[in-house]
Ligand binder design. Structure first.
Ligand code: H79
Length: 455
């Protein structure tokens, strides 16, 4: 009788996490993390893995239909002799970024960390034999910058990721797992199966490791459910085991934020909303049709050139001025910017990236107060630029270098002071119809920042 009771009790407990996630109530710790995340405003994304060695972006395995057995051999030559976590973190900190998000495992399936779930990792499968995430985590904790882990939901090289999705169909998987032929399944009506159950367990094991072995983790950043799910057919959370995965993460580290780059509306358990290559409100590539969450902190990820993973021929770097403006524009929408770098196969960060980190850092040293801890500005985007705010302090960032006077659609009665942000020099303003006009001082700077205060 007692045994039966215990069994029933255990079964009951087992379903609790799922239920709890459905009516997700974030913990105090989690809410605090969300606040800190929203205040941080700027992070650096790192895409690094075996694909970096081929110098043609992280999708090369899919794009070139590389056989996964052949691709795995890259691990035997993975020896990034110049990798130095201390230098990475130092350079990134100098940019003013408050967190680093690194690919713990991308779609190619290679893990940049020691894991018991597969030998296909940077310690067991390479001559380098080093746990990249451990070294980076140690430095992040030491130098005081948050660490986030990108984690791919899809995998192009595993037989148990079955049935395969829309991508990675040409990587030579044979439909045999654990010596047994996989069942015939029409991927259009996806059903879980014994092999796939193994894949879900594999992910749970890795997520547990990621949240146990590397100290405090700021966020898990999922990507890849669009391999099967998209706006039209909707998010099939059960098939990805999202409720349990999210519960597991929040159980291991309640303060760890969960983001999922599924391009759809947030699913219960998610703590941040991600926009890929779009500032919230834009939809340049068709990935950002989802409504903007009014509750969750927002994050825009963007490339410095046109690639995520290292692409040896990609010299199309955005200018430092462009990136500074992009950070300001993202902040003006109340969102964070996660700006990407694709380190080289030897472990160094490209010089083009380093010098942009430096320039952004120099700007943030002077103007950080107008970005960190701010929310979306008091006025929507204007022909002259954008705004951010912090309490009663309003910051206007003027991109129009020619402007001598700008119109701001706010009530003049409420404003008691208007000045250049850095110098503190007073600026004249006068009431006009539906707002005020502020007279500007000329300057060579690509961005002029002014501040006005409210009663
Ligand atoms: O990690 C970086 C990229 O590798 C990953 N997300 C960023 C952060 C990313 N993967 N895919 N995308 C971004 C967008 C790709 C969409 C497409 Fe498709 C893949 C278009 C065609 C193939 C998925 C499948 C969407 C439509 C069909």
């Amino acid at each position: 009788m007692m045994k039966l009771f215990l069994l029933l009790f255990a079964a009951f407990m087992a379903v609790i996490p799922l239920k709890a996630q459905e009516n997700y109530q974030p913990t105090q710790e989690n809410l605090q993390s969300r606040k800190e995340f929203a205040d941080a405003k700027f992070g650096i994304f790192i895409h690094w893995g075996l694909y970096s060695m081929l110098g043609d972006g992280e999708w090369i395995m899919h794009n070139e239909n590389i056989n996964y057995k052949e691709y795995e051999r890259l691990a035997g030559a993975f020896y990034p002799s110049k990798f130095n976590a201390e230098e990475w973190v130092k350079a990134i900190k100098e940019s003013g970024a408050k967190y680093i998000c690194i690919t713990s495992r991308h779609h190619d399936g290679f893990s940049l960390f020691k894991t018991k779930a597969t030998t296909y990792n940077s310690v067991d499968a390479t001559p380098f034999k080093r746990d990249i995430l451990a070294e980076l985590a140690q430095e992040c904790h030491k130098q005081g910058i948050r660490l986030h882990f990108y984690y791919s939901h899809l995998d192009w090289g595993r037989e148990d990721y079955y049935p395969v999705g829309r991508t990675g169909r040409g990587t030579g998987r044979k439909g045999i797992f654990d010596g047994k032929k996989l069942p015939e399944i029409d991927s259009a009506v996806f059903q879980t199966n014994w092999a796939y159950e193994n894949y879900l367990k594999f992910m749970d094991t890795q997520l547990t490791e990621l949240l146990t072995n590397y100290g405090k983790i700021g966020a898990i950043w999922f990507d890849g459910v669009w391999d099967r799910d998209h706006q039209e057919n909707g998010l099939k959370a059960e098939t990805w085991n999202l409720a349990n995965q999210y519960s597991l993460i929040h159980k291991l580290q309640p303060g760890c934020l969960i983001g999922n780059n599924h391009h759809m509306d947030p699913y219960p358990g998610e703590d941040i909303q991600i926009f890929e290559r779009d500032i919230p409100g834009q939809n340049l590539y068709g990935y950002s049709e989802q409504a903007i969450s009014q509750i969750l902190p927002l994050e825009t990820c963007q490339t410095m050139n046109r690639s995520w993973g290292y692409r040896i021929t990609d010299t199309t770097y955005k200018s430092a001025d462009f990136l500074i403006k992009y950070l300001i524009q993202t902040s003006a929408k109340g969102a964070n910017l996660l700006l990407n770098i694709g380190p080289r196969p030897d472990g160094t960060l490209p010089e083009e990236a380093l010098c942009r980190l430096k320039s952004i850092g120099e700007w943030l040293k002077q103007y950080g107060e107008t970005i960190y801890g701010t929310t979306a500005g008091i006025v929507a985007e204007q022909p002259w630029g954008v705004s951010t705010k912090k309490g009663k302090r309003n910051f206007l960032h003027i991109f129009d270098t020619e402007a001598t006077e700008i119109f701001v659609p706010v009530k003049e009665t409420k404003i008691y002071e208007c000045k250049e942000y850095l110098s503190g020099n007073k600026l004249n303003f006068k009431k006009v119809k539906d707002g005020i006009n502020i007279t500007l001082q000329p300057s060579d700077s690509p961005v002029r920042t002014i501040e006005f205060l409210y009663k």
